[in-house]
Ligand binder design. Structure first.
Ligand code: FNR
Length: 339
C-alpha cells in the first residue's frame, strides 16, 4: 500500500477517544457570566487574515488516488463550514507530477478558500515556492518530524540544516510560513530558536492524539520502538511552554483535539487558532461528509455557548479565564517553573 494511504488507515485504526492532558485542565466556573450568546464573536486573526472560526482542518494527506478523494471531501467540508485547511505534505507531488491532482483538488473545490500547503523542514526555498504554486496556497506549513523519520528505517538521518532552511524560507517566501510539529510538541527553547530564525507562527502540535512513532512502527513487523508510542510533550504542556516565551508570535494548538471543549481549552491556554486532524478524518471515513459537516457545525454552536458560559465575548479575551491543572501537567509546571 502507498505510504500515505497506510498513514490514513493506521491513523483511523489507532484513533480512539482517549484521555489526554486536556482532561488535566480544569476551568474555574463563573456563576455570573453577565453576557448574552448573541454578543459572542468566535473570529480570530491568523496569518495576516481574519478567520470566522478559531479552528481549522490540519495537515493530513495527498499523493495517491485514495487521498485525492479524501482531500476533495475535506475541502468540501472546509468550504461548507467556512474553515481554513492544510493539505498533507506535497513532497510527493514535487517529485511526481502525476499525483499533483490529489492536492490541486482542494483549490478546485473551493477557489476562494484559505489553504496551507505543507512540506518538511529539510526542503529548499525552491521546493517551498513550488509547493505554494502547486495550488495557489495562501500560506505554507513546514513540518518538524524528527522522531517519525528516526523510527522509519528508510527515514531521514540528517537534521542539521533544518533551522537554516526555515530561516531562508521564512525570510524569502511570498506567503506566511507556519512551522509545525506533527504530534510530538514543543518547548520554549525550541520556540525561541524558531523565533530567532524569523518564524512568526508556530503550531505546537503536541502529544495526546495521533502518534507518528506508533503509526510508523505499525507499518513494519520487525523494528521495535514501541516505547516511543506516547513520546513527546502534550499539546497542553506545549501551550504552557509557549506562554513562557515573551516575544510575540502566533500560536496554533493541535494534537489530540477531540471536541469543542478541547478547542476552547486551547484558546484559553493562549492559542490563536486550533488545528484538528485525526478526529475529523476518523469521522469522515466512518460517517461520511454530511455527518462531518454536522459535527463541525455543532462544535461551532458549542463554542458560542462555551464563550458565554465564561462571560467572554471574543476569542482574544479567553486567555483571562482562570484554570487549574491537575496530575502530570501540574508536575510539569513545577519542574519547569511555570506559574
Ligand atoms: C498527519 N499529520 C501530518 N502533518 C504534517 O505536517 N504533514 C503531513 O503530511 C501529515 N500527514 C498526516 C497524515 C495523517 C493521516 C494524520 C492523522 C496526520 C500530522 C497532523 O497534522 C497533526 O500534527 C497530528 O496528527 C496531531 O493532530 P491530531 O491528529 O491528534 O489531531
Amino acid at each position: 500500500m502507498n505510504r500515505k494511504d497506510e498513514h490514513v488507515s493506521l491513523a483511523k485504526a489507532f484513533h480512539k477517544e482517549k484521555t489526554n492532558d486536556f482532561d488535566a485542565v480544569r476551568l474555574i466556573h463563573n456563576p455570573l457570566p453577565q453576557i448574552d450568546v448573541k454578543d459572542v464573536s468566535l473570529s480570530t486573526e491568523i496569518l495576516n487574515h481574519k478567520e470566522e472560526f478559531p479552528f481549522f482542518i490540519n495537515a493530513m494527506t495527498g499523493g495517491s488516488k485514495k487521498s485525492l478523494q479524501i482531500n476533495r471531501d475535506l475541502a468540501f467540508v472546509a468550504k461548507e463550514c467556512r474553515l481554513m485547511m492544510a493539505t498533507g505534505s506535497v513532497t510527493a507531488a514535487l517529485k511526481d507530477e502525476s499525483v499533483s491532482d490529489s492536492f490541486k483538488v482542494v483549490r478546485k473545490i473551493n477557489p476562494t478558500g484559505f489553504f496551507l500547503a505543507n512540506i518538511g523542514a529539510h526542503n529548499t526555498l525552491e521546493n517551498a515556492q513550488r509547493a505554494v504554486e502547486l495550488f495557489g496556497a495562501n500560506a505554507l506549513q513546514l513540518h518538524l518530524n524528527a522522531p517519525q523519520e528516526l523510527v522509519m528505517p528508510e527515514g531521514d538521518r540528517s537534521f542539521s540544516d533544518w533551522l537554516d532552511n526555515i530561516a531562508e524560507i521564512t525570510a524569502k517566501l511570498e506567503v506566511p510560513v507556519v512551522v509545525k510539529e506533527v504530534g510530538f510538541g514543543m518547548t520554549r527553547e525550541a520556540m525561541l530558536q524558531l523565533i530567532s530564525a524569523g518564524v512568526q507562527t508556530i503550531d505546537v502540535s503536541g502529544q495526546g492524539g495521533t502518534s507518528f512513532t506508533q503509526i510508523e512502527n505499525a507499518r513494519r513487523p520487525k523494528r521495535e520502538m514501541a516505547y516511543l508510542s506516547e513520546f513527546g510533550q502534550s499539546t497542553v504542556i506545549s501551550l504552557l511552554e509557549a506562554a513562557q516565551v515573551t516575544r510575540s508570535f502566533e500560536v496554533i494548538a493541535s494534537g489530540g483535539i477531540r471536541n469543542a471543549f478541547d478547542i476552547f481549552k486551547s484558546l484559553i491556554l493562549g492559542a490563536d487558532t486550533v488545528g484538528i486532524s485525526a478526529t475529523i478524518l476518523n469521522h469522515l471515513l466512518s460517517h461520511g461528509v454530511e455527518a462531518t459537516i454536522e459535527m463541525i457545525q455543532s462544535w461551532q454552536e458549542d463554542l458560542a455557548l462555551l464563550y458565554t458560559m465564561v462571560g467572554k465575548k471574543n476569542t482574544h479575551t479567553l486567555e483571562t479565564v482562570p484554570v487549574i491543572f491537575t496530575d502530570e501537567v501540574w508536575q510539569w509546571c513545577q519542574a519547569r517553573s511555570i506559574d
